[in-house]
Each structure stands twice: as structure tokens, then as C-alpha cells.
Design a protein around this ligand. Structure first.
Ligand code: 5GP
Length: 241
């Protein structure tokens, strides 16, 4: 893919990213904004540098996944806050894997936070803001036409492989990858990882102190949100300049 793609009209404005069409029907440009939202968009704030930090963070992770043989939509970082990606037909199901208990699992089952989950849990959520992204299962996803059973099996396999790759990566920076959410889509009949991987969509704790280094700092008003994202990036060796 060459860099000569021209940005065209806004296709979709999400909570943290804007998606632009290009003059090539197979590619889109994602713009990472500083907008930070929680509680299904109820609380939105601008956090300086977030767009750039997440764009560079995502580029690094997507390249690491590609090196591990996982196909992603990432093509090329275009600027501090823009990336060129393949245009996927998105599957409206979010894939969540958890290595430790936290977040909605803790609330749903009345668990203590921080229990090791062995093997990791795997959950699906239907991507629908109006419904608050409800938890769904594979049977519902197939019956409602969101994905085929084969696609869902591939998504699960890929998510668990990604968990293995990233757990090791974060471990090397003395961090625990607690949980994360992925979104997949179809590109030329193949299941490909889409959306982004950044501290907005995962939980990362310091291995020793269990200090939260992810978007929970925003959700729980702990402060120093972007400083924590930058610390994670530094520990992974990501250049944010
Ligand atoms: P939980 O189900 O505990 O709220 O979320 C599990 C993991 O998936 C967390 O790392 C959380 O950040 C991520 N996640 C779940 N839903 C969303 C979402 O709609 N947007 C983002 N950015 N992350 C999500």
C-alpha cells in the first residue's frame, strides 16, 4: 500500500476516533481524537495528547501482532494522530478476554477484583450503544446474523492468541494485562483485527503494586490518565515523540 491515498469525507464519528473515506475503496483513515468517554458516552472529556499517544501505542501493538502472524487492518501511521487502515466490514460483536477479575465481571458475579482467571475467560458483547453493549453468546450471534459460527471460532482463536502475545509483551515491562476488548471485521473474506489496541480498551496493572495504568484511571477519577498511558508506552519501549 503506498502513502498516496487522499483523505476524503467523514464516514463515521465514534466516541474517540473519526473514520474518513479515502480515494481507494479498500482503505480508510482513522483519526484518534483527544476525546475520552466513559459510561457509554455519559461522561466525555478532552485529555491533552491522548489522540497521539493512542495512535502511536496502537501502531506499535498492531505491528507486534503482525510480526506474530496475526492479520490486522493496520497499514501505516500517517501522522501523529492518523493511521491508514484496511476497510473492514465490521462484525458487531466485541471479544473480551480476561486474565484477572475486574470491571463488569466483578460487578456481574460479585467477585473480588484481581482474582487470577485460569484459563482466561472469553466473553462476547453486542456492539450497540443504545443497549449499553449487552453480553451475548455465540448462538445468539449466529442466529441474529452478526457472524457465522466459523467466523466466531476464528475470532476466539485469534483473541486467545493475541492474549498470549500481549501478556508476554506486557510482562516484560513488569505489567499485568488484566483484560481487553477486540473488534474484528472481514476483508476479502478473511477475519482481520480492526479498531484499536490502546489503554482505552484494556486494563493494565503494575505487576507489583497493582497500580492501574489504563482507562480505569479516567472511569474512577484517579487522575494522571495520560501520564499512566505514557508510562505504559515507555515501559514497552514505544517512542511517543
Ligand atoms: P468490562 O466488561 O469489564 O467493562 O470491560 C472489559 C475490558 O474490555 C476492559 O479492558 C474495557 O476497557 C474493554 N471494553 C469493553 N467494552 C468497551 C468499549 O465499549 N470501549 C472500550 N474502549 N473498551 C471496552
Amino acid at each position: 500500500m503506498n502513502t498516496q491515498v487522499q483523505k476524503q469525507q467523514l464516514l463515521y464519528k465514534g466516541k474517540a476516533k473519526s473514520v474518513y473515506e479515502t480515494d481507494n475503496a479498500d482503505y480508510l483513515i482513522l483519526h484518534f481524537r483527544d476525546d475520552t468517554s466513559a459510561f457509554n458516552g455519559e461522561r466525555v472529556e478532552q485529555l491533552a495528547r491522548k489522540g497521539q499517544v493512542n495512535n502511536k501505542f496502537n501502531a506499535y501493538i498492531m505491528q507486534k501482532l503482525a510480526e506474530a502472524g496475526i492479520e490486522t487492518h493496520f497499514e501505516q501511521q500517517l501522522s501523529d494522530d492518523e493511521v491508514l487502515v484496511k476497510r473492514l466490514e465490521m462484525i458487531p460483536v466485541e471479544c473480551v478476554v480476561r486474565n484477572y477479575s475486574a470491571g463488569s465481571l466483578v460487578r456481574r458475579l460479585g467477585l473480588e477484583e484481581g482474582m487470577k482467571l485460569n484459563p482466561p475467560t472469553y466473553e462476547l458483547f453486542y456492539k450497540d450503544d443504545a443497549l449499553g453493549d449487552p453480553m451475548v453468546n455465540e448462538s445468539q450471534s449466529v442466529s441474529l446474523g452478526w457472524a457465522t459460527a466459523e467466523q466466531l471460532a476464528q475470532m476466539k482463536d485469534l483473541t486467545l492468541r493475541i492474549n498470549d502475545v500481549l501478556t508476554e509483551l506486557f510482562d516484560r515491562g513488569d505489567m499485568l494485562l488484566v483484560d481487553f476488548k477486540l473488534e474484528f471485521g472481514v476483508f476479502k473474506d478473511r477475519i482481520v483485527l480492526g479498531d484499536e489496541f490502546s489503554p482505552d480498551g484494556c486494563r493494565i496493572w503494575d505487576k507489583e503494586t497493582k497500580k492501574k495504568l489504563d482507562k480505569d484511571r479516567f472511569r474512577q477519577s484517579l487522575g494522571d490518565v495520560i501520564e499512566a498511558y505514557e508510562e505504559v508506552a515507555k515501559r514497552l519501549g514505544i517512542n511517543l515523540d
